[in-house]
Design a protein around this ligand. Sequence first.
Ligand code: HEC
Ligand code: HEC
Ligand code: HEC
Ligand code: HEC
Ligand code: HEC
Length: 303
Amino acid sequence: MRRLPGTWDLFKLCRSTLMVSVVSATLVLVNDQHVGAEVQLEKQVSSLGELVTMFDSSSCKECHEQIYTQWEKSHHARPLMGLNDQIFIAGYLKKGPLAVRPGEKAAKCNFPCFKCHFPQIKYATDAVAAEIAEAVLKDDKATVRKLNIGCLVCHNEKAVVHGRPEKHVIYGNKDIKDHPGLPVKKSPLLKNSLMCGQCHGLGPNLEFEHPVQCATLYGSYLHAYIPSGGTETCQECHMRNGDHYMPPNFNNRAELSERLREALPMQVRTLAYSFQPKEGDVRPMVVVNTKITSKAGHRIPDG
Ligand code: HEC
Ligand code: HEC
Ligand code: HEC
Ligand code: HEC
Ligand code: HEC
């Protein structure tokens, strides 16, 4: 069995360009006749424009309008923009172990965050990382907004865990050979919590030169919710009827508060009484009992 370099091998090696090129050369030699398609998958583009086009999902809107509109409003459509539309990654490029100045010196190793926030970077060279760093440091929001977790990130790149996803295929819940544009192929992973767990995290990501810990919610789902008898998947709670809006949406305060009230019902019982330790000394007292129940399939908040 031939082994392609794992996604993050490329990141680990990013200080040594020489080693990366040795690995790719071997791949081409060994795989020349058999697995052309897979080798091409690891082909890397060298401009941000090409990468954005490779994962462009705007053509899906025409027929999947409702899903597209839901997705557009979701956090998956803006994975590098934080609260109040700030490019949160800018702080990390300016100060700390991932900092780089000027942006053109950046490489993929400056972006361990992209493992989950922009995984398609693995199909691009360091030149693309440098382009992104320049846009981030210039606060060029128009460019950074184009970097998203679009339809093809979930329906191709993150839709299989055994082996590599096939190129030019959309993975779905069933096979549709004559699907317009690209054929749809069934992948059981789409209904599995692991699909989301790939990015929603277990714990620290120790494979990086500068380990990162961000989302850990999938760990809590596996180790607390399931062992205590939980039976629902992420999709059953967050994607009812195929909804791609996937709340909570932190930018919609009113909706968020309402959802949290619903998710964390609180029971409060009180008893008021007076305590008289001695003649003429009456002290008002109160007993408050609170019980908060979580309906979530994991700890909240996460991260
Ligand atoms: C010209 C119209 C059209 C376009 C464009 C289109 N689709 Fe579809 N798609 C359909 C139709 C029709 C179905 C079949 C619905 C059914 O049978 O349930 C479908 C089914 C699917 C399914 C399978 C649904 C399931 O049950 O699992 C997925 C996934 C999907 N499309 C994704 C996409 C993505 C991603 C894009 C853009 C790259 C896209 N589609 C572009 C029309 C389109
Ligand atoms: C293991 C995958 C993973 C890695 C690596 C990762 N993140 Fe995250 N991050 C997520 C997920 C998933 C969420 C959203 C869900 C949540 O908060 O539980 C998130 C949420 C965030 C948020 C809050 C979202 C918002 O809109 O404000 C910030 C900020 C953030 N990450 C920054 C970073 C930075 C900076 C790095 C790199 C130093 C990083 N993350 C690395 C998966 C990751
Ligand atoms: C964050 C990952 C993610 C993104 C992004 C995403 N999808 Fe999905 N999609 C899924 C999963 C998971 C399912 C299966 C849900 C289930 O069956 O419970 C799904 C289901 C679907 C279905 C079948 C819906 C149904 O009712 O059975 C269609 C069609 C679809 N997606 C199209 C799209 C299109 C078009 C986009 C881009 C606008 C998109 N998806 C973006 C994860 C994603
Ligand atoms: C490619 C990685 C990736 C996959 C796969 C993925 N997510 Fe996310 N998800 C993210 C990131 C990154 C964010 C945070 C974006 C931001 O706000 O900066 C996020 C945000 C969210 C949010 C909004 C709340 C929050 O804390 O930001 C929910 C809910 C969510 N994801 C659920 C899901 C579910 C359910 C699935 C599986 C069907 C899934 N995600 C699959 C990366 C992913
Ligand atoms: C039993 C239902 C249930 C299951 C299962 C579940 N969630 Fe949640 N999740 C919730 C509820 C309820 C909230 C609270 C906020 C809300 O409802 O909007 C929440 C909140 C979140 C948040 C926001 C976390 C934060 O910091 O506030 C993310 C991200 C998320 N879920 C992702 C996932 C992923 C990924 C999985 C699977 C590994 C999953 N959820 C499984 C019900 C569930």
